[in-house]
Design a protein around this ligand. Structure first.
Ligand code: AMP
Length: 284
């Protein structure tokens, strides 16, 4: 496995791969890797000639007062994991390499960034879509693999790629969970024991919501109320949002339709965790 830290070397490497007809699969991450990330890498490994993984904690997607400085970083642990899943190139640029002269150009997706994390983290998605555009221009992948744990991010990037004709196949893969249901996240490392058990209420509340839909309930407010009650019953938790939106355009809904997204963001202690489920009326 090659570790590349400069943009020019990464671009040259991808050019050579493309020249020899290789298909490039790409998994962008912020590192501190866990099974969620590795599941994306394994799929990309299977489906492409070359696997490129990036690790870059992108400063521009963190707001003031958020956890950019304390976000967990451990390249010495991450690099061997990438090697084990058969990664060909690990791209780990520094912030100076990615933003040598600051940034006056922004890629911004409107509409579907106005709810959920877009509403509660102003500027977050501009940071995400701009850095992902840069990474796509640097790595020039044929396919990029994203986790549906960040469901809104997946939809936003999908739409960006369509609108800007990027000619990259975006593949969304299911959320990987701990055995007890907690969605894997690098931020789970922040949790103390009591918070770890408080955090279980997130996946429990999603299951309760699916159960309500199976029982025929179609009122989003009733479901949001139930979910809110389950999460707030844990003293470690403070809700950022609990929202039911259309799973494609992220617009708020007044009734549960087929392909409805229930998404939540909760501060468990200091850790802001997100989780979601798609509520399918048929077959849920
Ligand atoms: P991050 O390092 O948190 O920016 O995540 C990098 C990629 O891994 C994103 O596409 C995430 O959606 C995905 N990811 C993070 N956690 C999980 C998980 N538990 N299951 C599946 N994918 C995940």
């Amino acid at each position: 496995m090659k570790i590349i830290t400069t943009i020019s070397e990464m671009q040259d490497h991808s050019d050579r791969l493309r020249d020899q007809g290789d298909r490039i699969g790409f998994v962008p991450t912020m590192g501190f890797l866990h099974e969620g990330h590795l599941s994306l890498m394994r799929k990309a490994r299977e489906e492409n000639h070359a696997l490129v993984v990036s690790i870059f904690v992108n400063p521009t997607q963190f707001g003031p007062g958020e956890d950019y400085a304390s976000y967990p970083r451990d390249l010495e642990m991450d690099a061997p994991l990438c090697q084990e899943v058969g990664c060909d190139v690990l791209f780990t640029p520094g912030a100076d390499e990615m933003y040598p002269q600051g940034n006056v150009t922004t890629v911004s997706v409107s509409g579907l960034t106005e709810t959920l994390c877009g509403a509660s983290r102003p500027g977050h998605f501009d940071g995400v879509t701009t850095v992902v555009s840069k990474l796509f221009n640097i790595v020039r992948p044929h396919r990029a693999y994203l986790g549906l744990k960040d469901y809104q991010q997946y939809r936003v990037i999908l739409r960006m790629v369509q609108d800007l004709n990027m000619n990259i196949n975006i593949i969304g893969l299911p959320t990987i969970r701990e055995e007890d249901g907690l969605a894997m996240s690098s931020r789970n490392a922040y949790l103390y024991d009591d918070e770890r058990s408080g955090a279980l209420s997130l996946s429990r509340s999603l299951e309760a919501a699916r159960e309500m839909v199976r029982a025929g309930i179609r009122d989003p407010r009733a479901i949001e109320e139930k979910v809110t009650g389950i999460i707030e019953s844990e003293p470690t938790n403070r809700i950022d949002y609990v929202s039911i939106v259309n799973a494609d355009d992220m617009a708020p809904l007044s009734t549960i339709e087929d392909r409805t997204l229930l998404a939540l963001a909760v501060f468990v202690g200091d850790a802001r965790l997100i989780d979601n489920t798609v509520l399918e009326i048929n077959g849920n």
